[in-house]
Design a protein around this ligand. Structure first.
Ligand code: NAD
Length: 551
């Protein structure tokens, strides 16, 4: 098959019948832009095999349908395939999406892969199948905040002179080196695939790349010694390299991991063989591949536990590596704490989460205008201002220029309306598309990640993301999605996404006000329901009506 290069159209000329449809089409295409996607030729955006559309025929049919879609119609997407168009109304979402959903008893990787093989489903990850992936920046601020929270908790607020060790420098994991150096750390990241590290070098996310462990350790330890912020990528398999570092009795200050351990066939690579041998085995004998990947995960997690025992601060970074290790005999895998209960949950209680936006004009200048608007909207929030200024300097855009920053209840609606005004007053050249990761305060049930260790034990309750999606659809989000299996794999999570377009119209302003209030509001409600005092206080403060709490 000839390779297709997809790039979203830019500029102000519409190719669809309205800006909302145009936004959906551009963001779908942007997800597959070679600058953005990890394996665009296979429609894979990030996160193991997270796809934007089921296959190329479906992609073409989605684009064609979006071009023809009227302003009072809604397109239904069933696991990456356009399923139907219904007449709805102007304030309804233009697209609703359900990806990778399976009936609970059938929700296993084996069954999923059988159905995928029959062409009946696809893995949507979180923002891959819901068309709001913005490249590695999407996770950059979250990673930066997590490392900063770790610094606050364990290292007096700075990672300067600290050694941070991790693996996995893919679509999301590739944010780790820049987030670490932004916090002052000496960073060593291992990835089995040199092209992944090269991509981070090309986009300015990592400083150096080497194939040699001695050189990698020398560079990192010197940087630690000199309190120099430096990031090094080492080509290698974590299963081989971590035990070797342990053998040399070199103990990092912090250790974590972002390999795609949630997917033992298409994500994680077994040790003891070259990458090419692994890729051949994946095709020729998937069962053997999975069994070797699981063995490697066991060694990998044993090494993480040993680093922890010898004094490193260890945490799981949301890839279910502990779950896989435990299922395969590492009984104490969950001695490594998850990053959400460790660092993120208090933010969720404030309705805070990864608010992101992209400039449909394609002009970076539009993002700089929005950056300034954020700084002017929240001048008192020094951390936020520092982040926006730093991102403006350090982040290379991938595909459509975009920005991310964590905002809470009240803040998101405020910013949405400001962006709409910028569009109306032509201070930016085209509409702005606003969305978020599914990893957010009120949109995900994932017991090994976002909802790990909930106060009331409600980790596996999945009503919340469904309520979130339904409410956002009622509010008039531009597209709404419900997915299964993102982040941690099939059977392990259910989550929802929303995207809303600020096109400068008064109708958009109403929709923005509603959706950007409901969405973080669900985060406060979900955490108040679980008994978190901070969320209950927020519900009272913001007058959120929770009948059995806020009477
Ligand atoms: P990805 O598939 O793009 O990248 C994974 C990387 O791991 C690849 O570069 C691969 O070469 C490397 N790798 C696989 N096995 C390896 C091994 N044994 N040793 C060394 N390198 C190995 O995935 P991604 O988008 O970067 O996401 C990584 C993981 O993090 C996924 O499980 C994802 O679900 C999870 N995730 C976490 C968060 C979070 O906020 N913590 C957010 C998104 C994704």
């Amino acid at each position: 098959m000839t390779e297709r290069i997809i790039k979203a159209p830019t500029g102000t000329k519409l190719t669809c019948k309205g800006w909302v449809q145009e936004a959906a089409m551009r963001m779908l295409m942007n997800n597959l832009d070679p600058e953005v996607a990890e394996r665009p030729e296979d429609l894979i955006v990030y996160g193991g095999s997270g796809k934007a559309a089921r296959n190329w025929e479906s992609f073409d049919a989605i684009v064609k349908t979006l071009k023809e879609l009227n302003n009072d119609e809604t397109l239904l997407i069933q696991s990456g395939k356009p399923a139907a168009v219904f007449r709805t109304h102007e304030n309804a979402p233009r697209v609703i999406i359900s990806n990778s959903m399976l009936v609970p008893d059938w929700a296993t990787w084996d069954e999923f892969r059988r159905l995928e093989g029959l062409g009946l489903t696809m893995y949507g990850q979180m923002t891959a199948g819901s068309w709001i992936y913005i490249g590695t920046q999407g996770i950059l601020q979250g990673t930066y905040e997590t490392f900063a929270a770790c610094a606050d908790k364990y290292f007096n607020g700075s990672l300067s002179g600290k050694f941070l060790l991790t693996a996995g420098l893919g679509g999301m994991g590739g944010a780790q080196p820049l987030a670490a150096t932004m916090n002052g750390a000496a960073f060593l990241g291992i990835d089995v695939d040199p092209s992944r590290i090269q991509k981070r070098l090309d986009t300015g996310y990592i400083d150096k790349m080497t194939y040699d462990l001695d050189e990698a350790l020398k560079l990192t330890l010197e940087a630690k010694e000199n309190k120099q912020a430096l990031s090094v990528g080492l080509v290698g398999n974590a299963g081989d390299v971590l035990p070797e570092i342990l053998k040399r009795d070199i103990i990092p200050d912090i250790v974590t991991d972002q390999t795609s351990a949630h997917d033992t066939l298409n994500g994680y690579v077994p040790m003891g063989m070259s990458l090419q041998e692994a890729l051949n085995l994946r095709k020729q004998d998937p069962e053997k591949y999975i069994s070797l990947a699981k063995k490697t995960i066991v060694e990998h997690v044993r090494a993480l536990l040993e680093f922890q025992r010898r004094g490193a601060v260890a945490f799981d970074y949301g890839n279910n590596i502990r779950g896989e290790a435990k299922e395969n005999g590492v009984e104490n895998a969950f001695d490594i704490p998850g990053f959400v209960p460790e660092y993120i949950r208090p933010l969720f209680c404030d309705g805070k989460g990864p608010f992101r936006w992209a400039a449909l004009s394609g002009d970076p200048e539009d993002i700089y205008v929005t950056d300034q608007a954020v700084i002017e909207a929240f001048p008192e929030d020094k951390k936020l201002v520092r982040w926006i200024e730093m991102a403006g300097k350090k982040v290379h855009f991938q595909g459509l220029p975009a920005r991310i920053c964590w905002l809470g209840y009240g803040e998101r609606a405020k910013m949405g309306k400001i962006f709409n005004k910028l569009v109306a007053e032509r201070k930016v050249k085209a509409p702005i598309v606003i969305g978020r990761d599914h990893l957010d305060c009120g949109s995900v049930a994932s017991p090994n990640r976002e909802t790990e260790g909930m106060k009331d034990g409600s980790d596996a309750i999945a009503d919340w993301p469904v309520l979130n999606a339904l409410l956002n659809a009622i509010g008039g989000a531009s597209w709404v999605s419900v997915h299964h299996g993102g982040g941690v794999g099939i059977g392990k999570s259910i989550h929802a996404g929303m995207v809303i377009v600020a096109d400068g119209t008064p109708e958009a302003e109403h929709r923005l006000e509603r959706v950007l209030t409901y969405d973080p509001g669900m985060g406060i409600v979900r955490h108040a329901d679980a008994g978190y005092e901070r969320a209950i206080e927020n519900a009272l403060k913001f007058n959120i009506n929770i009948p059995m709490i806020n009477k």
